[in-house]
Design a protein around this ligand. Structure first.
Ligand code: C2E
Ligand code: CA
Ligand code: CA
Ligand code: CA
Length: 278
């Protein structure tokens, strides 16, 4: 019995998971260090439901490794956070996203590029000056960039997180709370957050037209946001039915496969010109 207990942690399944994890860490560090071109950004538009225009676009990282193949950010972002090198990924993302923001501006695609940040990024006092420097070098205003952070990431060192976010807001950056509804936000907490947008988690949106419970939640989030003078983005909009309900309820922005899947910068520019630049 006792020996079995000690043998358990080294079961073949666990060992496989550990070695996969280790391989991801090793390969990802190598990719970042040597800039081998395995990383890219895809862009997914957010449609303004009143104006019928795309005003924002979210940068979503992609990684295809020579040895491991495609690895989802759902997997490697968490691993990089735990292994302590998420800031290297964020740096790469910010550099590329700002290059692409300049590309969009030059193509007359008037959008703000949203970057996903992790808890550790928010706590980094060097982030804001670095972002401002990169924008300045490309002659871009702070409206060209925005940020998405999850609720959970704000709870860790709340006061410090708030003051750092406030500094971003003071510079004119928009900030959204990502995956809203899945974390721990209380009403009191929401009141003090220097953010201007709530992003309803896709789990409430994917089956919106079929689920009465989801409809109640989404409607409540919309009115909650509006009473705090915040905008709402709904992610995971896969059907015209969901899009129609959201527009009816006064949700400002919608994002999802029904509108456009995440796609490389050049494809996004083509899509924008075909659909919106009239
Ligand atoms: P997220 O920020 O909540 O991003 C939304 C995810 O939903 C994306 O998955 C997107 O491709 C997917 N999605 C968009 N529209 C639809 C839809 O209509 N239906 C469905 N089923 N899914 C949709 P993705 O790109 O695999 O990213 C997963 C997560 O990885 C992101 O969730 C985010 O937390 C993280 N992530 C991605 N890129 C970055 C990054 O550059 N930095 C950081 N820190 N995290 C990132
Ligand atoms: Ca996001
Ligand atoms: Ca989300
Ligand atoms: Ca998510």
């Amino acid at each position: 019995q006792i020996t079995r207990k000690f043998v358990l942690p080294f079961s073949p399944e666990l060992e496989e998971r550990y070695s996969r994890r280790l391989a991801i860490i090793t390969e990802l560090k190598n990719t970042l260090e040597h800039a081998i071109g395995e990383l890219s950004l895809n862009y997914q538009p957010k449609l303004d439901l009143q104006k019928g225009k795309v005003t924002h676009v979210e940068a979503l990282i992609r990684w295809t490794n020579a040895r491991l193949g495609f690895v989802s950010p759902e997997v490697f972002i968490g691993i990089a956070e735990q292994a302590g090198f998420i800031e290297n990924i964020t740096s790469w993302v910010i550099n590329r996203a700002i290059d692409d923001a300049a590309k969009f501006r030059d193509a007359k695609v008037d959008v703000s590029v949203a970057i996903n940040l992790s808890a550790k990024d928010i706590m980094d006092p060097a982030l804001l000056p670095r972002v401002l420097g990169l924008l300045k070098a490309k002659n871009l205003s702070t409206e060209c960039l925005s940020f998405e952070i999850t609720e959970g990431d704000l709870v860790k060192d709340h006061d410090k997180a708030i003051s750092h976010l406030q500094a971003f807001r003071d510079q004119g950056f928009e900030i959204a709370i990502d995956d809203f509804g899945t974390g721990y936000s209380s009403m009191a907490y929401l009141q003090n957050l220097p953010v201007n947008t709530l992003k309803v988690d896709k789990s409430f949106v994917l089956k919106l037209h079929q689920q009465d419970g989801d409809q109640k939640i989404v409607k409540t989030v919309i009115s909650l946001a509006h009473s705090f003078d915040m905008n709402v983005v709904a992610e995971g909009v896969e059907t015209i039915e969901a899009l129609t309900l959201l527009a009816e309820w006064g949700c400002e922005l919608a994002q999802g496969y029904y509108i456009c899947k995440p796609t490389p910068a050049d494809n996004f520019i083509t899509w924008y010109n075909e659909n919106l630049n009239t």
